[in-house]
Design a protein around this ligand. Structure first.
Ligand code: PHE
Length: 341
């Protein structure tokens, strides 16, 4: 039995075959176990002689199995290592790249934070507007040439529906807010706006932030103070030289464009002081007709409003020379000027 068992153990080719042999020899019904069982039926003398011999046999078979098992396990590990070789010269697998906020979204958030500190909340409205919210309620009379200055995109009218436009400014959200909220109102409105205009500095879709304050006893001084504080916070400067230059908007009276002084240093522009003026936003006291159109009594409440183009503010703040990459969705450009969320 021993020679046979040891030979088969020696020739077991894998761990499975070896386990079969162990069961066949040392298992409950195995051959060696069978011999051990016979000890019970032997005379004391026979048992004294055979006991140690059988025990020794069992130990030798057991040892042989253990040794063979270690060998086979080592071989299996070797084979596994050989087949799983790691090629360190390969480039790393491309992982998911982190995105980044587009500079315009970044600037929306910065502006919202600055006005948030002054007590403004964020309001929104639809990109597709009706003529009444975009023009009429804002005191653009029907057929008035001011409507033409906006290069409006008109939508094809659906049967029985009012014709729609792509909003040409965020000002219609002034109307929506005054129609649904009781004064006092203090909102800013970040959003997309559309005009049929396309050259080096104009894109048919661009971004504005609107502001609206309706309170008792508001006047131009509040408007100026609020916007100068904003410009200082946004461009991170202690002082800013600004002027409010008379202008015309149908929905504000008086109206003013805000200019700030700037210095050009090579490619970059520094806002705050210098020898040139740059226009950065439109503003004014809300026109009494607009208040009345929204059911607000101009004798009780007044307010001011402003609107700014965010694409250009982002260009100024981050020293970006060109508007076109804004719409090219090149992730490398976005990562360069944006920040990871
Ligand atoms: N809606 C104006 C524009 O798009 C900007 C503006 C807003 C002016 C609010 C005055 C008050 O040009």
């Amino acid at each position: 039995i021993e020679t046979e068992a040891l030979a088969s153990i020696e020739s077991a080719g894998d761990l499975g075959a070896l386990e079969d042999i162990r069961v066949a020899e040392l298992g409950k019904k195995g051959r060696v176990s069978g011999l051990m069982k016979q000890l019970g039926g032997m005379s004391p003398e026979e048992r004294k002689e055979m006991g140690p011999k059988l025990n020794a046999l069992k130990t030798r078979v057991d040892d042989a199995i253990r040794t063979r098992k270690e060998m086979l396990e080592a071989a299996a590990l070797e084979a596994q290592l050989a087949s799983e070789k790691v090629d360190l010269s390969l480039p790393p697998a491309p992982g998911p790249k982190a995105g980044a906020l587009h500079p315009v979204m970044q600037v929306f958030e910065e502006i919202a934070a600055i006005f948030g500190d002054m007590g403004f909340t964020v309001a929104e409205g639809p990109d597709m507007e009706d003529d009444w919210h975009n023009f009429t309620a804002l005191n653009f009379p029907e057929g008035h040439p001011a409507r033409e200055t906006h290069d409006t995109f008109f939508m094809k009218a659906q049967e029985g529906d009012d014709p729609k436009v792509l909003r040409t400014h965020t000002s219609p959200v002034q109307i929506r807010s005054m129609m649904t909220q009781q004064p006092p109102i203090r909102i800013i409105v970040p959003g997309r706006v559309y005009r049929n205009d396309w050259d080096a500095t104009h894109t048919p879709m661009f971004h504005q932030v609107e502001g609206l304050v309706i309170e008792k006893n508001t006047h131009m001084g509040h408007l100026k103070g609020c916007l100068i504080d904003f410009v200082k916070a946004f461009f991170e400067v202690d002082e800013v030289e600004a002027r409010f230059r008379p202008h015309f908007f149908p929905f504000t009276e008086p109206s003013a464009e805000m200019d700030v002084k700037y210095t050009r240093k090579g490619e970059t522009i520094e806002i705050g002081a210098g020898d040139s003026w740059m226009e950065i936003l439109g503003s004014g006291m809300v026109h009494p007709n607009v208040l009345r159109n929204c059911g607000i009594d101009p004798k009780e409440y007044q307010g001011f409003a402003f609107g700014m183009g965010v694409d250009r503010l982002a260009m100024l703040k981050y020293g970006m020379p060109d508007l076109r990459p804004y719409f090219e969705a090149d992730p490398q450009w976005t990562r360069h000027y944006g920040f990871a969320p």
